[in-house]
Design a protein around this ligand. Structure first.
Ligand SMILES: C[S@@+](CC[C@H](N)C(=O)[O-])C[C@H]1O[C@@H](n2cnc3c(N)ncnc32)[C@H](O)[C@@H]1O
Length: 241
């Protein structure tokens, strides 16, 4: 069992800094035009995708993890929402160029080969389209052992500072890069009630889960102070820009 199997099993609905409340606040502040075509990359158990669909957006959502997607599909069915869910890799999106108005990502790009992911986000966005990405960032010193341990346990492939992410987005062809939220710490993740959470109860007695929970606590105690998060918005230039 890896970290994402654990999240999927626990049915975690908002596995990102700030939790669901931060997502709702962010979307309120963005006021995206209604009926926008939105692609959520790394949708997990589909809580954000459902929130978007409830607010009159046309939503497509992808995730690599089958268990996550199964729960996402059931969540949308229970809420009677029309969302297209597809099992796909952020670095090889199964969509034509210029397909979406918005690509929405929360705590996913750090687990991918970032160059390929950013290039795919840009390719599937229409000219003028918007990328919104909330990711854990590096806010202190990084050591090799820290990168190794975070990769080994969480599967994190890239940990970069906010300025480095901005450079990466620029290099990938994005423009108008703005930071919506930036915190040098991971902050508190509000625990809120997710009415459609599906938790595999057997996990509560699984020794592997207890071991993983202990490891999670130890890693956060050791490295948490060097980790923060940011929400970055970036635009695909219009053809004449
Ligand atoms: C920390 S969880 C966040 C899930 C969801 N965005 C949320 O905020 O609850 C990371 C998600 O990214 C997915 N993921 C990781 N690597 C991926 C990839 N290369 N392509 C698509 N999804 C990926 C995982 O399966 C998992 O659902």
């Amino acid at each position: 069992m890896d970290y994402h199997d654990l999240l999927a099993g626990l049915g975690e609905g908002s596995a990102h800094p700030g939790g669901f409340e931060a997502t709702v606040q962010l979307l309120d502040s963005l006021s995206l035009p209604s009926r926008s075509q939105i692609l959520e990359v790394g949708c997990g158990t589909g809580r954000t995708a459902c929130h978007l669909a409830r607010h009159d957006y046309r939503v497509t959502a992808v995730d690599l993890h089958r268990g996550m997607l199964e729960k996402a599909v059931r969540r949308a069915r229970r809420e009677r929402l029309d969302i297209r869910f597809i099992q796909a890799d952020a670095t090889a999106l199964p969509f034509p160029d210029d397909r979406f108005d918005v690509v929405f990502v929360e705590s996913v790009t750090i687990f991918t080969r970032w160059r390929a992911a950013l290039s795919e986000y840009k390719r599937v966005l229409k000219p003028g389209g918007l990328l919104i990405d909330r990711e854990m960032i590096l806010s202190g010193r990084k050591t090799e052992i820290m990168s190794h341990k975070l990769k080994q346990f969480y599967g994190i492939r890239t940990l970069a500072s906010i300025n480095r992410w901005k450079r990466r987005l620029r290099q990938s062809g994005f423009t108008a890069i703005t930071v919506h939220e930036h915190s040098r710490s991971m902050g508190r993740w509000g625990v809120d009630h997710d009415p459609y959470r599906e938790m595999d109860m057997t996990l509560l007695e699984d020794e592997r889960v207890q071991r993983m929970s202990g490891m999670n606590d130890r890693l956060l105690a050791k490295y948490g102070k060097r980790l923060g998060y940011a929400v970055i918005e970036a635009k695909v230039p219009l053809r004449n820009e």
